[in-house]
Design a protein around this ligand. Structure first.
Ligand code: NAP
Length: 274
């Protein structure tokens, strides 16, 4: 039961109505029998109100905050401390409030590394990241941290170059897509495959082979064109929902101090897969 002692966690973003985080975290509380101790809600917060929202978290004693677009950079200005990994990635997706002291973390990279490590040993693998935005940044950090040989290909080469310099990767244009033929792992961090581009794939089917692992960050649609191509070719696939799940399970632990019930949290996400 929710009582006066229940700790509140929440996600902020704009837009936020589509977020699956409340269901995922609350399912985790249920599974561990701590649904009276913690509750997780969502708030639509405009970017201009980021600072006021942070003041509100302090005033109300909100225990944990997940930050999604467009807040991941802006909130960093108002926190008391930023964990070194979040500092290196340059973005915060998680804020923990310890008696008024707000610390920013980044768990997005764990959303990438955890499902990949379930399938392979990342060290020494030839990996291509398509895209050079926020998701790509967390990928570049995590994969170079694990000593992979990473190449970033992007539509705007200058963005790939900036990221590649920061994380000591190779870079190029997404037009040089032929170069992925000898990659072990390919990650899509572009918007190609979602929304108006849901019928498109960032790479043609003929460049995929059965020895590859193909990871698409997009989670809506659940099975993107790219993942359909990968399946057709017998390659291993990782869905964007796995990334959402594992950045969330790491947040869960930061908020509650408990190991996340992964299966219960995965189940609720999969119930939304379409
Ligand atoms: P972002 O910062 O806006 O970056 C978007 C990237 O896509 C940029 O590299 C951009 O290239 C490229 N791009 C956009 N339209 C393109 C087009 N028509 N052709 C070629 N490239 C195009 O976005 P983000 O936050 O990194 O998100 C990227 C993807 O990851 C999205 O699909 C998002 O849904 C997904 N994502 C998933 C999760 C998860 O938990 N599963 C978490 C975060 C993001 P330019 O640099 O040339 O503009």
């Amino acid at each position: 039961m929710i009582t006066a002692k229940t700790k509140v966690c929440m996600v902020i973003g704009d837009p936020i109505a589509h977020s699956l985080s409340p269901e995922m975290h609350n399912a985790g509380y249920q599974a561990l029998g701590i649904a009276g101790e913690f509750v997780y809600v969502a708030a639509n917060v405009r970017i201009q109100e980021s600072e006021q929202a942070i003041a509100g978290f302090r005033a109300l004693g909100i225990r944990g905050i997940s930050c999604t677009m467009p807040h991941k950079l802006e909130v960093m200005r108002y926190l008391d401390e930023i964990d070194p990994i979040a500092q290196k990635i340059g973005a915060v997706n998680t804020i923990v409030n310890d008696n008024g002291k707000l610390t920013g973390y980044n768990t997005d990279w764990l959303g990438i590394i955890t499902p990949l490590e379930e399938k392979t040993n990342i060290a020494g693998k030839k990996i291509v990241i398509l895209g050079a935005g926020g998701a790509s940044r967390a990928m570049a950090f995590g994969l170079t941290q694990k000593r992979a040989e990473v190449t970033i290909l992007n539509r705007t080469v200058a963005n790939a170059k900036t990221l590649a310099k920061e994380f000591l990767c190779n870079f190029g244009s997404i037009d040089d897509i032929e170069t992925i033929r000898d990659a072990d792992i390919i990650l899509n961090a572009t918007s190609i495959g979602m929304g108006e581009m849901s019928n498109e794939s960032p790479i043609p089917e003929e460049l995929i082979n059965k020895n590859m692992i193909i990871f698409d960050a997009i989670y809506h649609p659940y099975e993107t064109k790219l993942l359909q191509y990968a399946k057709n070719k017998g390659a291993q696939t990782i869905h964007g929902l796995a990334m959402l799940l594992h950045q969330g399970t790491a947040q869960f632990t930061l908020f509650t101090g408990q190991q996340a019930p992964v299966a219960a949290m995965r189940k609720v996400l999969l119930s939304h897969a379409k």
